[in-house]
Ligand binder design. Sequence first.
Ligand SMILES: [Zn+2]
Length: 244
Amino acid sequence: MKYHDTHFHLDLMPNPIEVVKQIEKSKIYTIAVTNSPEVFHYTESIAKNTKYIRPALGLHPELVGERYKEIKRFIELIDRTKYIGEIGLDNSDKPLSDYKKQIEVFEKIIASCADYEDKILTVHSRRAESDLLDILGNDFPGRVILHWYSGSIKNLEKAISRGYFISVNYQMTKSIKGQKIIDCIPSNQILLESDGPFISRGNNKFTPMMVNIVLDNLCVLKKSNNDELKNIILQNFYDLIRDK
Ligand SMILES: [Zn+2]
């Protein structure tokens, strides 16, 4: 079974073309998230003719304040890919007016994605988990991945009961809070993410080629028979992309 990385900012790496080659050579399924519709074109173009890279259309919540008008472009492009991200809400250090715009944009994105059965979302939820779960609602028809979840266990349980996946990165496996969260996620709902280049290990920015480290750490934390757990987690990516 092949490795996967469901949240990687390919376009923000210093050498994206080189990384594309490495991903193809290493055969790692990669969801290449983008932070705005304009970047999506670039990622789509460098991922063209690749087997393992899936460009995702995004509008990052922390950029919505200044770029909310790009929602129009976002909706126009929504047919081009079934992968959507990075999207979501971030209420960590924004004025209320900014957060309100984020909610408006996120509602529009979710309403548009709900017109399809097969969208796969990678979602940012920092300090906004309750609002985010409310907007997604109980009946969202696509698949949802909560990326770098850092909220309450109660909201995590709600997300898990809805069948959402939680993508885990290196930083989460190293922090006490992250470990508590990992403890609560059933093995069949865990995915791997690098969140490169925002996470580093020593001097190295995380890339899809390093997700094996995340998987090894998860096995230690879950105190589980390595091969069995590894197979379950790697299988989860195939479940994520499987047709309904
Ligand atoms: Zn990200």
